[in-house]
Structures are given as C-alpha cells and as structure tokens.
Design a protein. Structure first.
Length: 67
C-alpha cells in the first residue's frame, strides 16, 4: 500500500470518528436536558409530599374511621 493510499484511509477513518463523536455529543446533551427535567419533577413531587405531610398533622390524635 502506498503512502497516499494509507493517508486517504487514515483521513476517512478520522472523518468517521469525528462524526461519531459529534453524534455521541448530541445524544449526551439530549440526555442531560431530559435528566434536568426529570430532576425538576422529582423536586416538585418531593415538595408536594413534604407539604402534604406537614399539613396532615399527627395521625395519633385522630379517631379511627370505624368509631
């Protein structure tokens, strides 16, 4: 194989790897955005649960429903 042919093969492989890295970067950015959205949802649900539990009071003071 001649040097020109080897150089062409290396350049083609480099071009494919650059595209692959770009595609992976796009996927990681998308996953990062989705993770942020889900994290915000978890935070909102946690706050709602904490608010609900703090409003409920002490269940030991309530009569059972069958009384």
């Amino acid at each position: 194989m001649q040097d020109d042919d080897r150089l062409t093969v290396i350049e083609e492989k480099l071009a494919h790897l650059e595209k692959y890295v770009g595609d992976l970067d796009e996927v990681l950015r998308d996953l990062s955005k989705r993770l942020d959205v889900h994290g915000q949802g978890v935070t909102a649900v946690r706050k709602m649960l904490e608010d609900h539990l703090s409003d409920a009071g002490d269940p030991g003071d309530e009569k059972p429903p069958h009384w």
